[in-house]
Write a protein that binds this ligand. Structure first.
Ligand code: NAP
Length: 329
């Protein structure tokens, strides 16, 4: 034993600089990872007897949000396009939360008919809707169109949710106090609404389209909050952080191999889906937000959205254009 301690001491003395560098780097990395993980929703609010609908809840942030809502006792509706994946996720959520009241309903946001069908089903069969979480999203896909001929990212991320929300407003109002949470992104900061070419027919760029759709989420939140004043329905938009999910499925495989090799170690610094769900959960349940509406959040705290996302005239115009596009009176 004496010999062993002596050897360890000798090793430390011989490699003092190396050990110091590794320790500082290790502590630094852990601290950086903690910082990147962002805020955590500390609310212990229960949702027994309440109903939460989450779009795109079969994977990623949406699924983690669903687990949390189920843990709080809510009836959770997973609104998803792929029923096989959704049923698998629902079973997993039931098992992890011990809450059997987790159901799956079909929703393809790339089809206005599918949105209307789901809304009709909810209106006819659900007694209440306390929280609507517009989470589903598609990022940087090729130039695709929705069933109705809209550019895919704008159609799914904004127009589908715009129509769904509007169709469910009566039930949300009936269930007030109730909340609508729109999952946007920091990407909105570089976004612009291209009213002269909203489907980007003339100049399609996957990044430009994603940014436009995420800016639309923040502007929609703002205008909706203003229209819902006095109803008891409050609205929030948010940036969830940068999270390791399936969102990169359309651009990651297309990237040059060397870029993927360079970026792979950085994946370790991304938030986990649980960490990424925290701001959504905060907006859905935290008591401190009861009397606030229309704002943008990041890391479980309010954050000022980009100037173009605070432009009420643009928000109003976007509402009118969107209403015409989806055929809303
Ligand atoms: N991950 C990030 O770093 C990050 C950063 C900022 C913002 N966000 C936002 O966070 C939200 C969730 O993203 P995520 O990271 O969890 O991505 P994800 O793992 O790719 O999950 C996206 C979800 O949306 C669903 N979806 C896609 N197209 C749909 C459609 N046409 N109809 C219905 N559902 C559809 C997907 O269903 P399928 O599985 O069937 O495709 C999936 O359930 C998105 O709005 C995204 O813009 C994410």
């Amino acid at each position: 034993m004496q010999n062993y301690i002596k050897e360890v001491r000798q090793f430390v003395e011989d490699h003092a600089t190396g050990i110091a560098v590794v320790t500082v780097a290790g502590v630094g990395l852990v601290a950086l990872r903690r910082w990147l993980a962002g805020g955590v929703c500390r609310s212990s609010a229960r949702l027994d007897g309440k109903t939460v609908l989450i779009t795109g809840a079969n994977t990623g942030i949406g699924k983690q949000t669903a687990v949390d809502m189920a843990n709080r006792g809510a009836r959770v509706i997973l609104a998803c396009r792929d029923m096989t994946r959704a049923n698998k996720a629902a079973e997993d959520i039931r098992q992890r939360s011990g809450n059997g009241n987790v159901v799956v309903k079909k929703l393809d946001l790339a089809s206005l008919q599918s949105v209307r069908d789901l809304a009709k089903d909810i209106q006819e069969n659900e007694e209440r809707l306390d929280v609507l979480i517009n989470n589903a999203g598609i990022m940087m896909c090729p130039k695709w169109q929705t069933e109705d001929g809209f550019e895919m990212q704008f159609g799914v991320n904004h127009l589908g949710h715009f129509l769904l929300t509007n169709c469910l407003l009566d039930l949300l109002k009936k269930s007030a106090p109730s909340r609508i949470v729109n999952v946007s992104s920091l990407a909105h900061e570089k976004g612009e609404i291209h009213f002269d070419d909203i489907n980007l027919d003339k100049d399609y760029c996957p990044r430009k389209s994603y940014r436009q759709s995420k800016l639309a989420n923040v502007l929609f939140t703002r205008e909706l909050a203003s229209r819902l004043q006095g109803t008891g329905v409050t609205v929030y938009s948010l940036h969830p952080g940068v999270i390791h999910t399936e969102l990169g499925r359309h651009f990651w495989p297309e990237m040059a191999l060397w870029k993927r090799v360079v970026f792979t170690p950085f994946l370790l610094l991304l938030k986990t889906p649980w960490e990424g769900a925290q701001t959504t959960i905060f907006c859905a349940v935290d008591e401190s937000l009861e009397n606030t509406s229309g704002l943008y959040y990041s890391d479980c705290a309010p954050k000022e959205a980009a100037p173009q996302a605070r432009d009420d005239a643009v928000a109003k115009k976007l509402w009118e254009v969107s209403a015409t596009m989806v055929g809303l009176q």
